[in-house]
Design a protein around this ligand. Structure first.
Ligand code: SAM
Length: 372
């Protein structure tokens, strides 16, 4: 059963309230995650999920002309996750060393990291608070709940950790895991616009489709310089100016970019094919647009500024990132904030066997720090 939360009328903290439909909470949320007050709680039980059959990078970096991957082909009938968790052994071993009582899984996704932690840690007092800002994660979790009352899942950004703690009567946490980016479930969903293979999809790219604006809207409203700067800054795309010029030219011709295939077409025209064909011409641009519409880097920065206050001394934070922009933010925060002692001088990387089994893991970098 899913609990919807919309106010403090039931004795829950401000920003945390109850209802039964995860979609109903939207009236109280704004596009800015900092100002979005609502947090939905799921205390349902969980079942074993089926295995995964696709990976993020497999699809996002595959050529749009190659054989499409369809959600129906990769998701099981019961809407269980198709996501394979990245570096689960490393997450468990780094956290098991401190025998945590309270763990926050701030990017719950398919729940793989939570599942592994619940299965591996023997602490009788263990409690896990899962958070994810994607309402589809809540729906999937409702349909495939864990049969484990040590876990409570909330619908909301990981920035809302203090509200989740308050709702659970938790004063301090011992550990937190952030596994950034998007999941294979989101990539496989043809209504989201994350995959090049779903060419007819609207260019949405939001983790939470009920708040904010789509990437297509953003491209329709911004000027050429703003578009170019964002694609350069967040995608590190050298051909950002050409791309922005083409986007704006199409707007003038009343042929604005609306779908995934529109955007892929713009990128194909503007970005020369890389010599070894290792990266699709639209990869960097889609990354940039996703970061922009989800305000991803700011959410991470704000969280890293506040998170030390949530931890007890000796607690550990493990963050898995998938591109250099995120990794730089994590590295700097752990180095420069004296409340954190970095435990990983260099980021941990997935093993060769993990990369072979799960190609999506190949760009993962995990940094861990201990609260002083
Ligand atoms: C890589 S997946 C996590 C997979 C998960 N660790 C597992 O093992 O199944 C990343 C998830 O983070 C979520 N996410 C992204 N930004 C978020 C934020 N600011 N707060 C909470 N969840 C977020 C996405 O919706 C997505 O479900």
């Amino acid at each position: 059963m899913t609990q919807e939360t919309t106010g403090d009328s039931n004795g829950l903290p401000e920003g945390v309230s109850e209802a039964s439909n995860p979609h109903a909470r939207r009236e109280s949320e704004s596009a800015d995650p900092q100002h979005s007050a609502a947090l939905t709680q799921h205390s349902a039980a969980l079942t074993q999920r089926s295995g995964a059959t696709t990976t993020t990078d497999d699809v996002i970096e595959s050529d749009a002309d190659s054989s499409p991957t369809d959600r129906q082909e990769i998701l099981s009938e019961d809407n269980s996750t198709c996501h394979i968790s990245v570096m689960p052994d490393e997450v468990v071993s780094m956290l098991a060393e401190i025998n945590p009582d309270v763990i926050v899984d701030g990017t719950f996704g398919g729940g793989g990291h939570s599942r592994r932690l619940l299965d591996s840690l023997e602490n009788a007092k263990l409690v896990i608070l899962g958070l994810d800002r994607d309402p589809e994660v809540s729906i999937r979790y409702e349909q495939n709940p864990f049969q484990d009352d040590r876990l409570t899942v909330f619908l909301g950004s990981y920035e809302k950790t203090p509200q989740a703690m308050e709702a659970m009567g938790v004063k301090k946490i011992d550990a937190m895991v952030l596994d950034l980016g998007l999941s294979s479930d989101q990539l496989a969903d043809r209504n989201r616009g994350f995959s090049f293979t779903h060419s007819d999809s609207a260019l949405d790219l939001r983790f939470d489709q009920e708040t904010g604006h789509t990437a297509a809207q953003w491209l329709a409203w911004k000027n050429e310089k703003e578009i170019a700067d964002a694609i350069y800054q967040y995608g590190e795309e050298r051909f950002s100016r050409r791309i922005a010029r083409e986007v704006v030219a199409r707007r003038r011709k009343e042929n604005a970019v609306r779908t995934v295939s529109d955007m892929v077409d713009v990128c194909r025209r503007c970005v020369p094919r890389s010599r070894n064909h290792d990266i699709h011409p639209a990869t960097r641009t889609f990354q940039a647009l996703r970061i922009v519409v989800n305000d991803e880097l700011s959410a991470l920065e704000r969280t890293l500024q506040s998170a030390a206050d949530w931890f007890r001394p000796g607690g550990r934070m493990a963050i898995i990132s998938f591109h250099s922009l995120e990794d730089r933010i994590v590295k700097q925060a752990f180095r420069e904030d004296e409340r954190w002692q970095p435990l990983t001088k260099k980021p941990l990387r997935p093993s060769d066997s993990e990369v072979q089994m799960n190609p999506r893991s190949r760009s993962a970098k995990m940094r861990v720090a201990q609260r002083v």
